[in-house]
Design a protein around this ligand. Structure first.
Ligand code: NAP
Ligand code: ZN
Length: 363
């Protein structure tokens, strides 16, 4: 077994300001990478700017990261970062700006390389990266993954390079005023990370420990996901769960629900967590063929009596979309041709087993 988790995590109120001098000392000029507007509204960008200014570290801001970031946007930001002499990158926002910040850090460091290197299996370094999450799902603040949209393959895929953030600053205050849909979708993404990491060929005692404890934390928040008002305590709990889930998938990767979700996001613009959630009940059903007792134990820990109740919960907290016959077939074809995700399933499965995962929510 191997356990490697090099990111220093500060999870506390005012984490960015409390550790300002440590963050600012990483380099001389930071490239702050954000989405279009949320980081301005939730105070995260202001905190990062203040932390750098107080310590005399220069910075520039790139605020054009779109949801499911494109390679073109990554290359644009990297070009600006290179020309402005930035020597470290701070990602602020949800998984999209955090993932983009890692790919940008790689492309600034490798200044003479073209975008092709993003998906080449070669050894490349990157500038140091700091992450400040403002959603409660991806765990990108601790994972080495950077998922970008690949128009050449009409899907999404993590770049080939593992880029671990050096510091993650997790602060519940940025999440407090997020729209309910962002909280629900991203929390379901974190649950997907737990389930797909726990039932995974690469699972170890260490990753299972993260999943078991993390799911118990996650389950404290069922009422919030079903409509109760969010509190600071609940934001902290959801963020703790998502960071733990990120640590778990760092060691195992995700499985077929994530692999299937990319079709829905790429072709139907369905948010990441919602797209993953569509396939979680079906994945648990498949896992119960081999691990009936463990599936029952996980469901009980999450607060559900059986898979049907879990599927009902998913439908209650998010609008599950209807899939056409063609979409279902395309999702099946795409996942069957994804050797990485198929190899993560912990036992031999047939195509008809996988088809049942695709179809479960439609039944
Ligand atoms: P996101 O795409 O980063 O953001 C979704 C939306 O939420 C954006 O409109 C964003 O606005 C807004 N937003 C973010 N924080 C907010 C806040 N505190 N208050 C209000 N609005 C807020 O969403 P995400 O689900 O966190 O990230 C999804 C991406 O992460 C996908 O590309 C997925 O593939 C990837 N992912 C990565 C990993 C990994 O291990 N690296 C794991 C799972 C998923 P702005 O655009 O204005 O900021
Ligand atoms: Zn995910």
């Amino acid at each position: 077994m191997e356990f490697y988790m090099p990111t220093k995590v500060y999870h506390e109120k005012d984490a960015v300001l409390n550790h300002a001098s440590e963050i600012a000392a990483i380099g001389k000029k930071a490239l702050i990478v954000t989405g279009k507007s949320s980081s301005k509204k939730n105070g995260s960008l202001a905190d990062v700017k203040k932390a750098l200014e107080e310590n005399g570290t220069e910075y520039i801001v790139f605020n054009e990261i779109e949801e499911n970031p494109s390679i073109a946007t990554v290359m644009k930001a990297a070009e600006i970062g290179r020309s402005q002499g930035t020597d470290f990158v701070i990602g602020v926002g949800g998984g999209s700006p955090m993932d983009a910040s890692k790919a940008i850090a790689l492309m600034i460091y490798n200044r003479d390389s073209s975008e092709e290197v993003l998906y080449q299996k070669i050894d490349l370094k990157a500038l140091p990266v700091v992450e400040v999450p403002t959603t409660c799902g991806t765990g990108s603040e601790v994972t080495p993954y950077a998922i970008l949209t690949r128009d050449d393959k009409k899907t999404k895929q993590s770049i080939s390079h593992k880029i671990y953030p050096v510091i993650a600053c997790v602060d519940a205050k940025y999440l407090m005023n997020a729209p309910k849909s962002v909280i629900v979708n991203t929390a379901i993404d974190a649950l997907g990370h737990f389930i797909e990491s726990y039932f995974n060929k690469r699972a170890t005692d260490y990753s299972c420990m993260l999943c078991q404890y993390g799911m118990s934390v996650w389950a404290e928040n069922l009422d919030v996901l079903l409509g109760e008002d969010i509190t600071e305590e609940r934001c902290n709990s959801l963020l703790l769960a998502s960071t733990l889930a990120g640590m778990a998938i760092t060691h195992t990767g995700t499985s077929i629900p994530h692999g299937m979700s990319y079709y829905l996001t790429y072709n139907m613009n369905i948010p990441h967590g919602k797209a993953v959630g569509m396939f979680l009940p079906g994945y648990l059903k498949l896992m119960s063929k081999q691990f009936e007792d463990e599936v029952a134990m996980i469901l009980e820990g999450l607060g559900f009596a059986n898979i049907e109740q879990f599927a009902f919960f998913i439908k209650q907290c998010m609008e599950v979309c209807e899939l056409s016959k063609t979409d279902k077939q395309n999702i099946l074809n795409e996942i069957m041709e994804n050797p990485g995700k198929m190899a993560s399933i912990p036992f031999e499965v047939s195509e008809s087993d996988v088809r049942e995962v695709v179809e479960f929510m439609g039944k």
